[in-house]
Design a protein around this ligand. Structure first.
Ligand code: URA
Length: 434
């Protein structure tokens, strides 16, 4: 086989065989196909697309490039969730202990944040002492003992995706539906869960802003998962404003704790219950959505979800007192209000702008080598639909020594205030199952 012929075939809109795709990825990872040829192939794929069979072949080739996480020593159905990336999305911090409290096995491998979206691992590391690197035996043993473990993705899981993603990032080929689907699903499949709930975000703060395209992505990922013998459900959810009020790291942990106590923001609580319902059903622990939801609500109200959170944090070396006293989490020295320029209703909060503000403060990264500051971030005071007076705080910027002015400006620009109240859109736009 020849890289040139494979590029030409895709450039001309022909279908590639699984063997051709597999060979191409294998040789790329082995360093036998140079970046410039892979870049040309990515652009051909971007323009011509991949059909379902080609996307499955690409996903499988990516999985084969690295090691699979072996969860076979964990009894029962292992459940996982994945969000395509959002601002203020701390659902894993709530769902992991909530599902474990309800009897599911949550063995989760998570990523760090990049750009305007935060990562679960960065958030967890803001808990004093919390270790996100566990050896494979320790990981499996903790899930068997506690019901939940969340670790950082290592270099050995799907190395081909890492290489390919870096190239997509600089060749304007990130936002291709089959490339996104193969990238996400290769990591989910390699991480071994039997049941996966996908949270596909749509709206201003999402990777895929248009709901129709989000549905197409959801459909494709569900099909890839099913083809690999996994149980998969996707929810298409709104990311037209940040989720909850807190955007950052320690502040998101504090908000997740409130949610586990049953007093979290409505949108965050609702999304956790919707995603959790599907996770519980896929795990075979509930026969219908109403029963699953009632069970999860009970865990939130009676303290079992919070107790599981403490047990989980302690098992990974973290200080479980964060659940009783969020004051022990890192705190930013400055809290600067961003005031409303006029009276009216909040009709839009550009999630991308708020995410960007958190990033310039140091809560996220511009480059993957950057360190994050756990203490800084943004806390919203008004969400879409809130009526505000002129001069009333819309949000607070939690800053240390950098980026405060720029962040304040970004947050102010993210808000749109109008004379009439907005139409509130549903949080869950659609569910894709089959
Ligand atoms: N997230 C991923 O992991 N891969 C993509 O291609 C896009 C979002």
């Amino acid at each position: 086989m020849q890289a040139y012929a494979i590029i030409k075939k895709k450039r001309d809109g022909e279908r590639l065989s699984p063997e051709e795709i597999s060979w191409f990825i294998e040789k790329y990872v082995a360093g036998e196909i140079p970046d410039y040829q892979v870049a040309a192939w990515l652009m051909a794929v971007y323009i011509r697309g991949l059909n379902a069979a080609e996307t499955v072949a690409l996903t499988e080739a990516l999985v084969r490039s690295g090691q699979r996480v072996d969860l076979s020593d964990i009894a029962g159905i292992k459940v996982d969730k994945h969000s395509t990336g959002g601002v203020g999305d701390k659902t894993t911090l709530v769902l992991a202990p909530l599902l474990a409290a309800a009897g599911a096995k949550v063995a989760k491998v998570s990523g760090r944040g990049l750009g305007h979206t935060g990562g679960t691992i960065d958030k967890l590391e803001s808990i004093p002492g919390f270790k996100t690197a566990l050896g494979p035996a320790e990981f499996v043993s903790q899930v068997n003992r506690v019901g939940v473990a969340v670790v950082a993705q290592t270099e050995t899981v799907v190395p081909a995706d890492k290489k390919l993603y870096a190239l997509r990032d600089v060749t304007a080929t990130v936002d291709s539906i089959p490339l996104i689907a193969a990238s996400i699903m290769s990591k989910k499949l390699a991480c071994g869960a039997d049941a996966i709930v996908l949270d596909v975000k749509t709206g201003s703060g999402a990777f895929v802003q248009d709901p129709g395209t989000a549905r197409e992505l959801a459909r494709l990922m569900v099909d890839i998962g099913k083809h690999a013998g996994r149980r998969v459900t996707a929810l298409i959810t709104d990311m037209d404003q940040p989720l909850g009020y807190a955007v950052g790291n320690a502040v998101e942990v504090a908000e997740a704790v409130e949610t586990l106590k049953g007093r979290g923001p409505l949108d965050l609580t609702e999304l956790c219950l919707e995603l959790g319902t599907r996770m519980l059903m896929l795990a075979g622990l509930a026969t219908n959505a109403a029963a699953a939801r009632a069970r999860l609500e009970e865990m939130l109200w009676d303290g079992r979800a919070l107790a599981k959170f403490k047990e989980w944090v302690a098992a990974q070396g973290g200080d479980p007192r964060v659940a009783d006293d969020p004051g022990i989490l890192p705190q930013a020295p400055q809290k600067i209000p961003v005031s409303s320029p006029r009276a009216g209703y909040v009709v839009q909060i550009n999630a991308l702008g708020v995410g960007e503000a958190a990033r310039v403060l140091g809560a996220g990264r511009a480059r993957k080598e950057d360190a994050v500051d756990p203490a800084v971030g943004v806390v919203l005071a008004a969400k879409v639909g809130t009526e505000v007076e002129a001069g009333e705080p819309l949000a607070y910027v939690l800053a240390r020594d950098k980026g405060a002015d720029e962040a304040r400006q970004l947050v102010a620009t993210a808000y749109t205030i109008a004379a009439r109240p907005p139409k509130i859109r549903p949080l869950v736009r659609a569910i894709v199952e089959k």
